[in-house]
Design a protein around this ligand. Structure first.
Ligand code: PGA
Length: 255
């Protein structure tokens, strides 16, 4: 899943999608065999444009996601976007509670839980982001933080929602920094997350858990080889078609 964040322009969007289609025929074949789900999350203003570009391609392997959503259905919420609007323009996925939303825009666990529920109830697939800061890791509270972030959602949302939802483990210290968690560090937390969901429901083995934080073409295969890492949430590297497609190929190794 590519998170383009606040990057792009009309022409950049057009070129990137064109390159992904031209260079990604092998991924297209893999997706037709249901071996991979490949998603791009452009900024809101380009969602419609990307949806149209994806519709022009027969059986596009790229699916559409949004980077955020609001928890209410409609009304006086200036600047916000509803889940049904995202549906309307062709989104299938939405990222919820990205650490940039938590840190820069002050989103707290309760709001994130309400967004998660609204997205799910509107038939979108919520991608719930959790992860600790550097200070939290250094003080040994990684598991506590991840548990609190997940628990806030599990307390409000029926646990069955996790059958369709996706969880993304994104250590904040690894996002956009070039510092990647080692495959062992990531696997340890992914295993912990799966264990937490299992405590509530036996669906845990099916829950898809993505790793995010400086995933690149040259480290993706090692990360994805771990049993509890089911894919990636890719920021910077998703803006480059070659990098992004190489990461998709790494996800196919051993599938
Ligand atoms: P990055 O971002 O790959 O640029 O580190 C990941 C993310 O924030 O989703």
């Amino acid at each position: 899943m590519g998170n383009w964040k606040m990057n792009g322009s009309n022409s950049m969007v057009k070129n990137l999608i064109k390159e992904l289609f031209n260079e990604g025929e092998d991924i297209q074949r893999a997706s037709q065999k249901n071996l991979i789900d490949c998603v791009v999350c452009p900024p809101f203003v380009y969602l419609q444009q990307v949806a149209e570009l994806l519709n022009q391609k027969k059986d596009s392997f790229l699916q559409l996601g949004a980077q955020n959503v609001y928890c209410e259905s409609e009304g006086a919420y200036t600047g916000e976007t509803s889940a049904s609007m995202l549906q309307d323009v062709g989104c299938r996925y939405v990222i919820i509670g990205h650490s940039e939303r938590r840190q820069i825009f002050g989103e707290e666990n309760d709001l994130i839980a309400r967004k998660f529920i609204k997205a799910y109830d509107t038939r979108l697939i919520p991608v719930l982001c959790v992860g600790e800061t550097r200070e939290e890791r250094e003080s040994g509270s990684t598991f506590d933080i991840v548990r609190q972030q997940l628990q806030a959602v599990m307390d409000l949302a029926p646990i069955q929602y996790f059958e369709r939802a996706i969880i993304a483990y994104e250590p904040v210290w690894a996002i956009g920094t070039g510092l990647t968690a080692t495959p062992e560090q990531a696997e340890e937390v992914h295993g912990y997350i799966r264990g937490l969901v299992t405590e509530y429901h036996d669906i845990a083995s099916q829950v898809r858990i993505l790793y995010g934080g400086s995933v690149k073409a040259n480290n993706a295969a090692d990360l994805f080889s771990k049993p509890n890492i089911d894919g990636g949430l890719i920021g910077g590297a998703s803006l480059n078609s070659k990098e992004f497609l190489s990461i998709c190929r790494a996800a196919l190794v051993g599938v």
